[in-house]
Design a protein around this ligand. Structure first.
Ligand code: ZN
Length: 287
């Protein structure tokens, strides 16, 4: 997997690298610096920072940068290069999936379910009509994985049980609320759903918009282990290529500002999520 991967390409997702002789240089993401001492060697498949001493393979980079375990880092790189991983069952026959992975899995399944309701169920009709009235095409709605959470719920709890996903994790993700020991309810209902996707393409949270004049107009996921409002930018995954190519970014206010811009070819637009622009946002954009 390491041989197939380009360490320069993987690190470039997070650090701006410039060619310098046989190597690439950039500002180290692991310590604060103004002159680059972070080097990446494509030939050797390693990175090293002369400032703080971190270094290693593409896997070590992801482990430190995204706080992944070694198997998670290997899996991430393998997925990117379309390499299938065969899992040998451990002595107990069980497979440990990283905790974060199981949280992402729930967000993914919830998003797919909201999307299915929007596009295939009668109850999604009003939401589709609303999108049409805002001139959002089906194609772009699908690209941004829009969905609908009906008034009566999306059936999320049944889905979790059926797929043996953890209700406790769904609580942590703010998708489910709890009234009493055995009484759960969906937090998002009667809302058009906007999955919030990080730069790596994983769903970290959701925004929900009412279709009428109800208030609040928008609600977002609360802070969770995956979602930090002050450093998250809506649309970044779709915009990162455009930002890199054009070396520019447009920051707008909300979901329905980003989506039409992308629809009309302004592919370098992102939005903050109901907050002012923070230093963390700027840091993310800088990368
Ligand atoms: Zn460093």
């Amino acid at each position: 997997i390491r041989d197939r991967a380009s360490i320069v390409a993987v690190i470039s997702d997070h650090v701006t690298l410039k060619r310098s002789g046989r190597n690439y240089m950039g500002l180290c993401p692991f310590h604060a610096e103004k002159t680059p001492s972070f080097t990446v060697s494509e030939e050797k498949g390693i990175f090293h920072c002369f400032g703080c001493g971190v270094g290693g393979s593409v896997f070590h980079f992801l482990m430190q940068y995204d706080h992944l375990s070694f198997p998670e880092a290997v899996e991430r790189v393998a997925n990117r290069y379309g390499i299938e991983i065969e899992r040998a069952d451990g002595p107990t026959g069980s497979i440990q999936i990283g905790e974060r992975e199981s949280l992402y899995r729930i967000n993914e399944r919830a998003a797919a379910n909201y999307q299915k309701i929007l596009f295939t169920q009668p109850v999604g009709r009003t939401a589709l009509d609303y999108l049409k009235s805002r001139k959002v095409t089906d194609e772009i709605a699908r690209r941004f994985m829009l969905g609908y959470a009906p008034q009566t719920g999306s059936g999320l709890l049944d889905l979790l049980r059926k797929e043996r996903l953890s209700v406790k994790d769904a609580l942590r993700l703010g998708l489910i609320g709890q009234r009493s020991t055995q009484q759960f309810h969906e937090k998002f209902f009667a809302r058009l759903m906007f999955p919030i996707v990080n730069a790596g393409g994983k769903i970290v949270g959701f925004g929900g918009r009412v279709l009428d004049s109800g208030l609040p107009k928008y609600i977002n996921s609360s802070e969770t282990p995956l979602f930090h409002k002050s450093s998250t930018l809506y649309g970044l995954c779709h915009a990162k290529e455009g930002i890199r190519k054009g070396d520019r970014v447009v920051v707008v206010e909300g979901y329905l500002d980003v989506i039409p811009l992308h629809q009309f070819g302004i592919s370098y637009a992102v939005a903050t999520l109901g907050t002012a622009l923070t230093p963390d946002h700027v840091r993310v954009l800088g990368r």
